[in-house]
Design a protein around this ligand. Structure first.
Ligand code: C2E
Ligand code: MG
Ligand code: MG
Ligand code: MG
Length: 292
């Protein structure tokens, strides 16, 4: 027995563990260089009116074009960058790029006048001193009207230190930006805080939306979240809408907006204007047929 030989816990040496540790270390090191090497880029997923499918905005989602690994998902590198503190720099880059791009679209195309770009914040970003000033600076520099920016935070991020979070959200709200709770239903929210936070929108997590057409329990959850949101004066975005059946159900529940593969996958920025034009054409055709 290894234990008797004094090897303790180290006896169970699994080479895949070393591989994973090495991989993590490499990603950490590569992350440090990723910004200066300009390896991050944003993709944009439309958020649409669930009933008429009009595009009302986009969620900006970050991607990492790694020199050897290709495109790396944010679910892989955002948690790592939270650990190393790199998230501060990445987060600022995301905010700047998203606002710059939306400001440019607005200047170029009248179709973008009322569009909103949503940007995800990470836990560490939200608690960072100077966060509010950073947002204000980005808005000033890009000249994006504040109401065209929506910041997404999760319940878990808010409930760690709700008083501080509430204060930060209130200061962000004062800038005129929109605020939204992402992945709603997967964390623990105190309902009393939910009504106190100065938010505009709840995004129902896709784990409920995805199963609502097959499982009555999940349908009921979505129904209850929409009712709760509306009674608090909040709008609802359903995440992960993949099927027409879900869209119809959500529309019947008076959910305002949807986001998901049914409407579009996230697309690179240079494809966004054409996506908007095509969607508007489809919308017009639809109206024409309705009138005829
Ligand atoms: P999220 O904010 O909840 O973003 C929605 C995720 O769901 C995106 O994954 C999107 O591609 C995916 N999705 C959209 N529609 C569908 C659908 O119909 N079906 C399915 N199965 N999935 C759908 P993505 O881009 O991989 O991002 C994952 C998470 O990474 C995001 O979840 C967000 O928490 C985080 N993230 C992404 N970009 C950023 C960023 O710039 N900063 C921070 N802090 N986090 C980010
Ligand atoms: Mg989000
Ligand atoms: Mg989400
Ligand atoms: Mg989600």
């Amino acid at each position: 027995q290894a234990r008797e030989e004094g090897w303790g816990n180290l006896v169970v040496f699994d080479p895949s563990m070393l591989e994973r540790a090495m991989n993590l270390m490499h990603i950490e090191m590569d992350l440090y260089r990723a910004l200066e090497r300009d390896e991050f880029f944003l993709v944009y997923q439309p958020i649409v009116n669930i009933t008429c499918r009009r595009i009302t905005g986009f969620e900006a989602l970050v991607r990492w074009n790694h020199p050897d690994k290709g495109t790396v998902s944010p679910t892989e590198f955002i948690p790592i960058s939270e650990g190393t503190g790199q998230i501060m720099h990445i987060g600022k880059w995301v905010l700047m790029d998203a606002c710059q791009t939306m400001a440019r679209w607005r200047e170029t195309y009248p179709e973008f006048e009322d569009m909103v770009v949503s940007v995800n914040l990470s836990a560490r970003q939200l608690s960072q001193p100077g966060m509010v000033e950073q947002v204000a600076e980005v808005l000033r520099e890009t000249a994006l009207p504040p109401q065209c920016l929506r910041l997404e935070v999760t319940e878990t991020m808010l409930m760690g230190n709700p008083e501080f979070a509430n204060m930060t959200l209130a200061r962000l709200k004062e800038l005129g930006v929109k605020l939204c709770i992402d992945d709603f239903g997967t964390g623990y929210s105190s309902l009393s805080y939910l009504q106190a936070f100065p938010i505009d929108t709840l995004k129902v997590d896709r784990s409920f939306v995805g199963k609502m057409s097959r499982e009555p329990g999940n349908f009921k959850i979505v129904q209850a979240v929409v009712a709760l949101a509306h009674s608090l004066g909040l709008e609802v975005v359903a995440e992960g809408v993949e099927e027409e059946e879900q869209r119809i159900m959500l529309s019947e529940l008076r959910c305002e907006s949807g986001q998901g593969f049914l409407f579009s996958r996230p697309v690179p920025g240079d494809e966004v204007p054409n996506l908007v034009f095509a969607a508007l054409e489809a919308l017009e055709e639809c109206t024409l047929r309705g009138v005829a």
